[in-house]
Design a protein around this ligand. Sequence first.
Ligand SMILES: NC(=O)c1ccc[n+]([C@@H]2O[C@H](COP(=O)([O-])OP(=O)(O)OC[C@H]3O[C@@H](n4cnc5c(N)ncnc54)[C@H](OP(=O)(O)O)[C@@H]3O)[C@@H](O)[C@H]2O)c1
Length: 213
Amino acid sequence: MRIGTLGNGEMAEALGRHWVRAGHQVMIGGRDPGRAATVAARIGATGGSMQDASKYGKVVLLALPAEVAVGVLTGLDLAPGTTLVDCTNAFDHGDFTLAVPAMAESISQAVPHVRVVKAFNLAADTVWRDAPQLFDGAPLGVPICADDPAAADLVGRFVRDLGYLPVPAGSLARARLLEATAALAVGIWVTGGDVRALFPPRAAAFGTTPPTT
Ligand SMILES: NC(=O)c1ccc[n+]([C@@H]2O[C@H](COP(=O)([O-])OP(=O)(O)OC[C@H]3O[C@@H](n4cnc5c(N)ncnc54)[C@H](OP(=O)(O)O)[C@@H]3O)[C@@H](O)[C@H]2O)c1
């Protein structure tokens, strides 16, 4: 598939590299097309402006600082039905509270003609760059929130391209939970804690009679 990225930073490079390896055509889009071209050359993609990348294919990765995302998106002319993969985190790096309480929903309200899918926000760029890694013998699970099932499935394929496992996590209204989880996790990691110790396995959580859904 053809995938454009908005942004030429760590996330665009880390994810874009794997998607190129998986056989996708990727255009790295930046506010400075020269910087975008440099990143693109490193990963076997092409470079361009953000407008170029927004029109390159039916999938666009949003890899910009959260505070500029809506302004940039509303200045572009994204085609109706574009799948927009939102990996942004809008937390305050001082105290790890949320600067925007529901980033993916804000984006969806700003560009309602695109299919927003929240994914890839829970782990650092190094985890994506060094994919696939096993943690305690298992591949990373990557939660995905979206209102459009086909768009969620498509992004699940992009997760598998990295050797990780897509985890359906509900509608876009639940993306705010992923955003809050990222803020909580990063806040714990930076103070020396380890979030892998926070949750028991499913069987321990529910015993022998898990709740039906
Ligand atoms: N890095 C991580 O570990 C990680 C993990 C999960 C989620 N995220 C989220 O992913 C998003 C991207 O993170 P990143 O680490 O890839 O960021 P990054 O390396 O700092 O790259 C940011 C990109 O945004 C562009 N940009 C910055 N300010 C801009 C503006 N005012 N207008 C237009 N473009 C602007 C930069 O352009 P220039 O190159 O021209 O400056 C660059 O291409 C963020 O929302 C972040 O919270 C990051």
